[in-house]
Each structure stands twice: as C-alpha cells, then as structure tokens.
Write a protein of this length. Structure first.
Length: 119
C-alpha cells in the first residue's frame, strides 16, 4: 500500500520537529547547566557560616563508623578473632571514604595551590 503525500509530509514534519527539539536541547543545555551551577554556588555561599558545624558532624560520623567497624566484641570469640571478608570490605570502604572526607575538609588549604601550579 502506498502512502499518501500528506502522510509522507507528516512523517517529514515529525522528524524535523524532533531534530529541532534535539538542537534546542543541545544548544541550551550548557547554559542551563551554568545557571544551575551558579544557583548551587550561591546556595553554598549562604551555608558557609555553618562550615564548622558540618565539619564537626562529618568527623563525628567518621568516628562512629570507625567505632562500629573496629569494636572489639563484634568479631572476636574465645578462640580468636576471625575477620570475615564482608567486614574487611566494609573497613576498606570506610578508609576510602575517610580519605575523601579529609580531602574535602582540607580543600580550602590545598586547592589554591593545586590550581596555581596546574596552570
């Protein structure tokens, strides 16, 4: 069965409309990302006075996590301490997260140096 000319032009119109929408999204996406980034930065600047509180909460959460991961009664019995693989993985992830948190908490001190020397 042969398509009518109207149906053919209708398909062509739908494809060009989809292309126009895609071009608009690709054109405006960097602008929208910049606007969202600026809004998040402005919101973060308003939270800057609370930085010591957030640092304290982060360090408290890390201390509690270390206590939970390394508490003596969790894996030890009368025969000895056998650390299962799941607990070793949990401890490894805890150390990775600790390094990331320390990097973020100290970024005010080393970020300017890193940016200056990388250029």
């Amino acid at each position: 069965m042969k398509k009518s000319p109207v149906a053919h032009w209708s398909d062509f119109g739908a494809l060009t409309t989809a292309g126009t929408v895609a071009a608009t999204i690709f054109c405006c996406l960097p602008f929208a990302t910049g606007v969202v980034g600026a809004a998040v930065a402005a919101f973060g600047a308003r939270l800057m006075p609370l930085q010591p509180v957030f640092m304290g909460l982060s360090l408290t959460a890390l201390a509690y996590s270390f206590y939970q991961a390394y508490r003596p009664g969790a894996t030890c019995s009368a025969d000895g301490c056998d650390v299962p693989a799941a607990l070793r993985r949990r401890r490894f992830v805890l150390w990775v997260v600790t390094m990331a948190v320390i990097a973020m908490l100290t970024a005010n001190w080393w970020a300017n140096w890193a940016i200056y020397w990388s250029l």
